[in-house]
Design a protein around this ligand. Structure first.
Ligand code: SF4
Length: 323
């Protein structure tokens, strides 16, 4: 999602400015920050040192935008020349080359408040784009010869067009699928809690669907899922995967999972291990838990040692790579 935002910021800037080849040549530096994971935040703090070095040699103007938590915002106010609120208008559609991937936001923000996630606090609650604007951008991308089109939202299954309440995500996908062109449609991310039979049917019959699906499970243990505020059980998730695989047998399934969530015991982790062995995901994105400021989890003790998180991560990587 941040990549899509950055593309649109670049479109706006390039109307008036020439693109610099590197940070060392730029007089205006816009940082589009993501606070979802700690390493991304650390990278912005790292940039502050770089700015100091550049400023010794020449004048630069620095602007910060994107997802920023309150604590960082206070510090960054002193370090950046300007802080800009995230643009939610999505007006600046990029001119894609055929070999590029088109990134089309369908919504921003989220109402789900998973207990570890900072998105509802940085991007705010769910705001959906008009389906007509989204379909126009898909059409334009197809006309530009783009082969891969991604529809982006924090939870695409929560989508509802502000122009027509009857247009939910499955309906939007069905309309997008009617657009002429040689492109494949991808989307991320759907929430397992509301992945409907209707969307499975539409995907199974679609001519543009890429047959790649990221379905974040986050944990293979019901108690941990509950504490994550993810309202589904492992059984419900497994049933959903079976249903999807039955309807689309050649689907490529990926998942996201967090290891070392506060209080996650070895037994609870072994349930995630079991799930990985059973479902044999094609790809897995494994994240070691780190507390994010402002979330419900930030009040919990981060009590799984880093070494143990690393061990759990390695176990899942091994299963994901070798089945
Ligand atoms: S659904 Fe995704 S974006 Fe929304 S709160 Fe949960 S993890 Fe964050």
């Amino acid at each position: 999602m941040n990549e899509a935002d950055s593309e649109r910021i670049a479109v706006r800037l390039e109307r008036k400015h020439k693109k610099a080849r590197s940070l060392n040549e730029a007089d205006l530096i816009v940082v589009n920050m993501c606070s979802v994971r700690k390493p991304a935040v650390d990278r912005v703090y790292g940039l502050l040192e770089k700015f100091k070095e550049i400023r010794k040699k020449r004048k630069i103007r620095t602007i910060l935008t994107g997802c920023i938590v309150k604590k960082d915002l206070m510090r960054f106010r002193k370090e950046f020349d300007e802080i800009l609120e995230q643009d939610k208008s999505f007006k600046d559609f990029p001119n894609y080359a055929p070999q590029q991937t088109a990134l089309i936001p369908i919504s921003t923000g989220c109402n789900n408040f998973c207990s570890y996630c900072v998105v509802p606090f940085t991007r705010g609650t769910l705001k959906c784009r008009d389906h007509k604007d989204i379909l126009k951008e898909i059409k334009k991308s197809a006309q530009q010869g783009v082969k891969e089109i991604w529809l982006l939202g924090q939870n695409v299954n929560d989508y509802q067009s502000p122009a027509d309440k009857k247009i939910d995500f499955s309906e939007l996908f069905r309309l997008a699928d009617k657009i002429k062109g040689e492109f494949k449609l991808y989307f991320t991310s759907p929430h397992p809690k509301n992945f409907s039979d209707k969307i499975i049917k539409i995907l199974a019959q679609s001519k543009h669907f890429s047959k790649y699906l990221n379905l974040p499970v986050q944990s293979g243990d019901d108690i941990i899922l509950k504490r994550m505020n993810r309202p589904y059980t492992v059984k419900k998730y497994k049933d959903l995967v079976r249903k999807i695989r039955k309807a689309i047998p050649d689907i490529n399934l990926s998942t996201d999972v967090i290891v070392g969530f506060p209080g996650e015991t070895k037994k609870q982790f072994s349930n995630t291990e079991k799930l990985f062995k059973e479902l044999k995901f094609n790809i897995a994105y494994i994240n070691k838990y780190s507390p994010r400021e402002g979330t419900a989890c930030s009040k919990l003790k981060d009590d799984v040692p880093f070494k143990e998180k690393k061990r759990r991560e390695q176990i899942l990587i091994k299963i994901a790579n070798h089945g």
